[in-house]
Design a protein around this ligand. Sequence first.
Ligand code: FES
Length: 87
Amino acid sequence: PFEVELARSGKTVSVSAERTVLEAVEDVGVRVLSSCRQGLCGTCETAVLSGEPEHRDAVLTGDDAGSTMMICVSRAAAGCDRLVLDL
Ligand code: FES
């Protein structure tokens, strides 16, 4: 598991292996636009303020992947136990 801090909402959620970041965020009542939930459409793109995401989507490539992530599929990178998102 890893933690996700929602900077604008002032909340922190723990994301277990069975859940996505998107689901964990929705669980605490923060609404995020989403569509495909498979890392394909780019709707759930969220700015990453701190921490290192592991990109598992099919939208971001190379330089694009610097400061945002698709939270329906992407997670924290190995060795990163906390992401701070602009939510
Ligand atoms: Fe489509 Fe996340 S909802 S990429």
